[in-house]
Write a protein that binds this ligand. Structure first.
Ligand code: C2E
Ligand code: CA
Ligand code: CA
Length: 600
C-alpha cells in the first residue's frame, strides 16, 4: 500500500507546489500514508499458525475495513482534484482513479465483498465525470471508463472463481468432498491455540473402517468409493454442530468437536459420539445391489495445549486405534501412556529383531511330548530370544512383531531349517522320535514362496530315511486366510508333513470348517488343562475336545500338563500324548537328548 501510494502522492505534491495547492495535497498525502502505515501494522501482526479462528476473523474484519477506507480515500482525493483542470491536477486525479481501480481488481479478487463495492465506488464517479464534460470526447471517455470497469469486473470475477476452486481443491478430499488431511492439521493447530488461551479440552476421534480392503478387492474400487461416500454421509448426518470430520486418506477419518472445560465431560462426550458412530456405521449398506456390512475401529486422543504438536495428537489417536484393531476391531479405545510405551518398546524390539535374525541370535528350545509311560514320542520346537537390552523376550511378544513386519518369512525359514538340522543330528545319534512339531504363523504359511521354501528344505535335510514325521502346528486363525489354505496344506502334505491345530477350541472357527481342513492332530490348549481342577465345566470341555478328535479320527496332544491330577484325568478320558512342565520345560538340544535317554 505504501509503495502504491508513493507515485501519485509525489505527483500531487509536485504539481500542487506550482499551483498553490501544496498544503492540501500534502494533507491528503499524509492521510494516505497514515492508512498505509496502519496496513503495515496489520500485516506485521498476522501469524497464520498461531492465531486462533476467532483472532483470524477479527483480523480479517479490521483489514477489510482498512481496505474500504484506503480506496475511499483515493475516491475523495479524486473528487477534490478532478475539478482542478486549470492546474492540470485533474489529469493526476483521473489516472490515480484508474490506477486505484486496477490495483483493487488485481489485489482484492479473492473476496467479492471487497472488490465489487470498491470497483463500483471508483469507476462510476469517473464515468459520470467524463459524461458531464458533455462533448463528443467526453462521451467516448465515458464509454472507455465503462468498458474498463467491465473488464476489471470480468478479470476479478474470473480470478475469484479460479482462486476459490483451487482453495477448495487443496483443502478438500476429492472423493467425499469433506476436508482433507492438510486442512485438518492446520485447523487443529489453530484449535490448539484456542485451547491454550482458554485452558479447555477437546478430543480427536480417528476412525478406521475394518476390513475395507476386502470390499475393495472383492467388489472393486467403484463399490469401495461409494461405500466411503455413504460412510461420510452417515457421519455428517449424525454429528452435532461444531464437529468437523475430515478424511485422512484411504478409509481413515478424523473428527474433532467442541471444547470442554472439564476433562471428564470431554471424555464422556467423546465416548458417547464414538459409540454412536460405531452403531450407525454398522447398519447395512446397499450399493449396486450388494448388501454390505462394515464395522469401524476408533482411537480417541484427548487434546489440550501442552506443547505437543497437532501431529502428536493424531499419532496418539492412531496408536489407540491400532490397539482396537489388535484387540479384535469394532470398538473404541482412549489413548494412554502405557499404550505409547508399548508402541515404543515394539518399535525398539522390531529394530533389534532385524539384527537378531541376521546374526542368528534366535535359538530353539525343545519340549518333549511323552506317552503315559513318560517315554518320548515327540518334540515341539519353540523359539527363544535372549537380548542384552531387554533380557528374555517371549515368543508371544516377538512372533507377532515378526508377523506384522514380514520378518516372519525369514525367521520362519530359519526356524524350520534349524529344526531339520537338529532332527538330522538326533537321527545320527540314534534318537528315535516319532513326531517333531514346528509352529507356523498364518502369514508365513500363506506367503507365496512358502511351498518352495519348505520343498527345498525337505530335499536338503529330509531325504535320508528319517522315521520322524514333521508336524506343522497352525492355529484356528488360519480361517481368516480364505479358501487357499486347504490347497496349501494339501501341497505341503505331499512332502510327508502333517498338520496339527494348536490351541484348539480358543479360536472362532466352526466345527464344519475344522472338518474340511485336512489335518492330522489337535492340541488341547493349555488354558483348558490348567482349569481342569478348578472348574467343573473345564472337565466337560476337555472331554468334548477328546470326543471331537475321536469322531474326526485325529490324534490329540494335551499341552501344559503340570500336575499328576491333570495327567490322570487325561489318561482316564483317552488322551495318549502329553506335553508340559510335569515332564519337562522347553530345554536346549543337549538337555533334550539327556531327557530322551533317561526316559527311554
Ligand atoms: P504354543 O505353540 O501354544 O506353545 C506352548 C507354550 O506353552 C510355550 O510357550 C511353552 O513354553 C508353554 N508351556 C509348555 N508347557 C507348559 C506348562 O506345563 N505350563 C505352562 N504354563 N506353559 C507351558 P512359549 O515357548 O513362550 O511360546 C509361546 C507361543 O509363542 C507359542 O504357543 C507359539 O504360539 C509361539 N511360538 C513359539 N515359538 C514359535 C515359533 O517358532 N514359530 C511361531 N510361529 N510361533 C512360535
Ligand atoms: Ca504350538
Ligand atoms: Ca498351544
Amino acid at each position: 500500500m505504501i509503495v502504491l501510494s508513493l507515485f501519485p502522492g509525489i505527483a500531487y505534491i509536485l504539481l500542487g507546489w506550482f499551483n498553490d495547492l501544496y498544503i492540501s495535497a500534502l494533507f491528503w498525502y499524509v492521510a494516505v500514508m497514515l492508512v498505509s502505515a496502519r496496513g503495515y501494522y496489520l500485516y506485521k501482526n498476522f501469524e497464520l499458525q498461531k492465531m486462533s479462528e476467532a483472532q483470524l476473523v477479527s483480523w480479517y474484519k479490521k483489514t477489510s475495513r482498512l481496505l474500504y477506507f484506503f480506496f475511499l480515500l483515493w475516491l475523495v482525493i479524486f473528487l477534490i482534484y478532478v475539478p482542478e483542470s486549470e492546474s492540470g491536477m485533474h489529469y493526476i486525479a483521473i489516472f490515480t482513479e484508474i490506477g486505484a481501480s486496477t490495483v483493487a481488481a488485481a489485489l482484492l479478487f479473492p473476496d467479492k465483498k471487497l472488490y465489487k463495492p470498491i470497483l463500483l465506488c471508483l469507476m462510476v464517479p469517473l464515468a459520470i465525470y467524463f459524461f458531464l464534460i458533455g462533448t463528443w470526447y467526453g462521451y467516448v471517455l465515458t464509454a472507455f471508463a465503462l468498458t474498463l470497469a467491465w473488464v476489471l469486473f470480468y478479470v476479478a470475477n474470473g480470478s475469484n472463481t479460479l482462486f476459490t476452486r483451487t482453495i477448495f481443491q487443496s483443502t478438500h478430499d476429492f472423493l467425499t468432498g469433506i476436508f482433507n488431511r492438510q486442512y485438518f492439521v492446520e485447523y487443529l493447530q489453530k484449535k490448539m491455540s484456542e485451547l491454550k488461551q482458554t485452558g479447555e479440552y477437546s478430543y480427536l476421534l480417528l476412525i478406521d473402517l475394518d476390513h475395507f480392503k476386502t470390499v475393495n478387492d472383492s467388489l472393486g474400487h467403484d463399490v469401495g468409493d461409494q461405500l466411503l461416500k455413504e460412510v461420510v454421509k452417515r457421519m455428517q448426518n449424525n454429528l452435532a454442530a461444531g464437529t468437523m470430520v475430515s478424511r485422512l486418506g484411504g478409509d481413515e477419518f478424523i473428527i474433532t468437536g467442541n471444547n470442554f472445560s472439564s476433562k471428564k465431560e470431554c471424555k464422556e462426550k467423546a465416548l458417547h459420539i464414538s459409540e454412536q458412530l460405531l452403531s450407525i456405521l454398522k447398519a447395512a449398506y446397499i450399493i449396486d445391489q450388494h448388501h454390505l456390512y462394515i464395522s469401524a475401529s476408533i482411537g480417541v486422543s484427548l487434546i489440550k495445549e501442552n506443547g505437543n504438536s497437532s501431529l502428536d495428537f493424531i499419532k496418539e489417536a492412531d496408536i489407540a486405534m491400532y490397539e482396537v484393531k489388535d484387540k479384535g476391531r469394532d470398538g473404541v479405545f482412549f489413548f494412554d501412556e502405557e499404550m505409547s510405551e508399548r508402541v515404543e518398546r515394539n518399535i525398539l524390539l522390531e529394530r533389534f529383531l532385524h539384527l537378531a535374525i541376521e546374526e542368528k541370535q534366535i535359538k530353539l528350545a525343545y519340549q518333549p511330548q511323552v506317552n503315559k509311560f513318560k517315554k518320548v514320542t515327540g518334540v515341539e520346537v519353540l523359539a527363544r530370544w535372549e537380548t542384552e537390552e531387554f533380557g528374555h523376550v517371549s515368543p508371544e511378544e516377538f512372533i507377532p512383531i515378526a508377523e506384522q513386519t514380514g520378518l516372519i518369512i525369514e525367521l520362519g525359514n530359519y526356524i524350520i531349517e534349524s529344526a531339520f538340522i537338529a532332527l538330522d543330528d538326533w537321527h545320527k545319534n540314534g534318537l528315535k522320535i516319532r513326531y517333531m512339531s514346528i509352529n507356523l504363523s498364518a502369514r508365513q504359511m500363506m506367503h507365496h514362496n512358502f511351498i518352495n521354501d519348505v520343498t527345498r528344505l525337505v530335499k536338503k535335510y529330509y531325504t535320508r530315511n528319517i522315521d520322524t514325521k514333521v508336524v506343522f502346528e497352525i492355529t484356528e486363525s488360519i480361517v481368516a486366510e480364505g479358501s487357499n489354505v486347504i490347497d496349501v496344506i494339501n501341497k505341503i502334505k505331499r512332502l510327508g508333513i502333517q498338520f496339527s491345530i494348536d490351541d484348539f477350541g480358543t479360536g472362532y472357527s466352526s466345527l464344519s470348517y475344522i472338518r474340511r481342513l485336512p489335518i492330522d492332530e489337535i492340541k488341547i490348549d493349555r488354558h483348558f488343562i490348567s482349569e481342569l481342577s478348578k472348574y467343573n465345566n473345564a472337565e466337560e470341555m476337555v472331554n468334548t475336545i477328546l470326543h471331537i478328535a475321536k469322531i474326526f479320527n485325529l490324534a490329540v496332544v494335551a499341552e501344559g500338563v503340570e500336575t499328576e491330577e491333570q495327567k490322570n484325568f487325561l489318561i482316564e478320558h483317552g488322551c495318549k500324548v502329553f506335553q508340559g512342565y510335569l515332564y519337562s520345560k522347553p530345554v536346549s538340544k543337549d538337555e533334550f537328548e539327556q531327557f530322551y535317554l533317561s526316559n527311554s
